[in-house]
Design a protein around this ligand. Structure first.
Ligand code: HEC
Length: 120
């Protein structure tokens, strides 16, 4: 092997080492967890605005449920209660389940009602 080939081989090994150790660092990272202490203002409003208010808006919204304000949204939920109507319709099998973009959004809604007690 010529000197330059040796350096190339060495360089290659070095690069592989950097890539592999980089990957193992990624794998060691803790799994992404849902943020603690969700609030209506910071976390929930965006979800309801994106998925729900196209219907639940105005003076005569479906089921009389206007979701454009905090007061409106919490009218169909009870702090800490997993049997709140908002939770039931959002969870698997619920009538509004399909309107969400991801399971993560639904997990957040449930966490917000049950654990974060409808924090504003
Ligand atoms: C395409 C229109 C539409 C969208 C989008 C929509 N809804 Fe509804 N929603 C309805 C209709 C119609 C009803 C009344 C009939 C029913 O309960 O299925 C309703 C009823 C409800 C009820 C009341 C159920 C009851 O028994 O009082 C809740 C709570 C609700 N929706 C939450 C949501 C949430 C949360 C979203 C967003 C993820 C959403 N809705 C998106 C049309 C919609």
């Amino acid at each position: 092997m010529t000197a330059s080939k040796k350096y190339k081989a060495l360089f290659f090994v070095l690069i592989m080492f950097v890539i592999i150790s980089g990957c193992s660092e990624l794998n060691d990272a803790p799994p992404e967890v849902v943020a603690e202490n969700l609030t209506y203002t910071n976390d929930m409003k965006e979800i309801f605005d994106n998925n729900c208010i196209q219907c639940h808006i105005g003076d005569t919204p479906p089921a009389g449920y206007n979701m454009t304000s905090y007061e409106g949204v919490i009218s169909k939920a009870t702090a800490g209660d997993p049997n709140s109507i908002l939770v039931i319709v959002s969870d698997d099998g619920g009538s509004m389940h399909i309107y969400y973009d991801s399971e993560q959004e639904i997990e957040k809604v449930i966490q917000w009602v049950v654990e974060d007690s409808l924090a504003q």
